[in-house]
Design a protein around this ligand. Structure first.
Ligand code: FES
Length: 126
């Protein structure tokens, strides 16, 4: 892992893209921070705090999956575009793109960070 500063955030090369298959996640430990890096099933990268916005559970201990959506009761399907991290403590779902809790009406939100692919590596700006 290597790091350098940019104007606004510190740049961290966290792992090779090959080490993060679509539909999976890994934790990057950056100093005292633990960042959950997600590559969704469409291949897009997301980075957010590993602390659940509900009560601080470790999001990396749960699952990462496409969000369930429904137009009416009794009919549901997996979202084509939204991915959530499901916390192992109380099953709250956090949208990995926004860091927002899906079900909690209060504004619960995990910090999110920019994640890019650069020269075959996953780079996170924290
Ligand atoms: S701490 Fe994550 S759902 Fe409660």
């Amino acid at each position: 892992m290597s790091s350098e500063y940019t104007r606004e955030r510190k740049r961290h090369v966290v792992f090779a893209l090959d080490e993060l298959a679509p539909g999976t996640s890994r934790v990057a430990e950056l100093g005292r921070r633990r960042i959950l890096v997600v590559r969704d099933e469409n291949g897009a990268l997301h980075a957010l705090s590993n602390l659940c916005p509900h009560q601080g559970g470790p999001l990396s201990g749960g699952s990462v999956e496409r969000m369930w959506e429904a137009d009416r009761p009794g009919e549901h399907r997996r979202s084509a575009s939204r991915t959530v991290a499901v916390c192992p403590w109380h099953n709250f779902e956090t949208d990995v793109s926004t860091g927002c809790s899906v079900w909690e009406p209060r504004p619960l939100r995990a910090a999110t960070y920019r994640a890019e692919v650069e020269d075959g590596d996953v780079v996170v700006y924290v």
